[in-house]
Design a protein around this ligand. Structure first.
Ligand code: BT5
Length: 327
């Protein structure tokens, strides 16, 4: 069986968006016999694609299997650049490591690395990111924006807004953002974002934006270390969530919002970020490397810096910290 034809057939059926295409038409388009089309369809059904065969009309794709097959995701993509170059790895230590390597090898702006399983997923400050197999989205996006390095931290906030919009669009859930890089549902973490930088004297060479999103895990799928603090979209919505749609939607919003940020600055995105934030207007404790401060989170600056007012009335700019709500 010609694998390329099988993949192209799926793309064609995805692009048809639920309308039927006759076996004869597919046979003509691919230059094969109708029997060969039928054999490819059977092969796809075995791989978990649900394809209805409607009399006198043809084939309709009604469901995709729960894999991260890149050509399927690309058929769903509504982006100009993000994800047009996509690398899929069945298992890897960390998509961040793979993406750093690709960026050094001149991978283009918008390159995406996706995996089913990370054996050494990482968070900030070398913390662990638990990345169980087949249930989440573990992905790194390479961006090459023409901005000075001091404009890099806001990309974490821009990405958070993009992921929240995508979760809303695909599931109807209403997530909140906890400064700077956590997305929460009912107070538990469903997403972490890690932005890393490759830069030299000429400025930013590449931003590597890592997104870890818990999608279809149940409580028992999480490591005991995070069972009480982590949640997944399935745990919150009660439904299985289509990871391919979600990847496509995240990349769409990330392209829109990062382009908006680069073209027009942080103003509009700051407003969006604040509207989703669970941190602003709340009393918080900020744990930093050298000190811990408690006070009221008043807002973020145009630079993405958290403004925290301590009881003595002083306003502190927080660049990096772990935040806990104190009420
Ligand atoms: C983060 O760090 O939240 C950033 C996580 C980024 C992960 C992505 S996955 C794709 C790409 N490849 C990588 O290797 N990384 C990126 P931080 O704010 O430091 O939070 C880490 C903390 O989150 C841990 O110390 C745990 O407490 C908690 N945690 C770990 N795994 C979790 C999970 N699956 N769900 C919820 N919380 C988790």
């Amino acid at each position: 069986m010609n694998i390329t034809v099988t993949r192209k057939l799926v793309q064609r059926l995805i692009e048809a968006q639920g309308t039927a295409i006759s076996g004869q038409q597919l046979a003509d388009e691919f230059g094969i016999s109708r029997t060969a089309v039928w054999k490819h369809i059977k092969e796809l059904e075995e791989q978990g694609y649900r394809i209805e065969s409607v009399k006198k009309k043809g084939y309709i794709l009604s469901a995709l299997p729960d894999t991260l097959e890149p050509t399927d995701i690309q058929a769903l993509l509504k982006t100009g650049r993000l994800g047009q170059n996509m690398h899929f790895l069945e298992s890897c230590p960390s998509t961040q490591i793979a993406a750093h390597q690709l960026a050094q090898e001149d991978a283009p702006d918008g390159t995406v690395v996706l995996t089913e399983e990370q054996t050494a997923g990482r968070g900030r400050m070398a913390r662990r990111w638990h990345s169980a197999a087949n249930k989440g989205i573990w992905m790194s996006v390479i961006l090459r924006p023409d901005v000075p390095p001091q404009k890099a931290p806001q990309f974490t906030l821009v990405t958070a807004v993009a992921v929240v919009r995508a979760i809303e669009q695909v599931t109807g859930l209403k997530p909140e953002i906890k400064w700077p890089n956590d997305i929460l549902l009912n107070g538990k973490k469903c997403t972490g974002i890690l932005t890393e930088l490759q830069s030299d004297a000429d400025g930013i060479q590449a931003l590597i934006i890592g997104i870890g999103l818990n999608v279809n895990q149940l409580r028992e799928d999480f490591d005991p270390e995070v069972q009480d603090i982590a949640t997944s979209l399935k745990m919150e919505s009660g439904d299985d969530v289509d990871r391919k749609q979600l990847v496509s939607s995240i990349l769409y919003f990330l392209e829109q919002y990062s382009d908006l940020y680069i073209a027009e600055g942080f103003g509009m995105l700051k407003l969006m970020w604040e509207s989703y934030s669970s941190t602003i207007g709340r009393p918080v404790r900020a744990r930093m490397a050298k000190e811990t401060l408690e006070g009221m989170a008043e807002g973020i600056t145009e630079d993405g810096v958290l403004q925290l007012r301590t009881p003595d009335g002083k306003l502190h700019g927080i660049y990096s910290a772990d935040i806990e709500m104190t009420n």
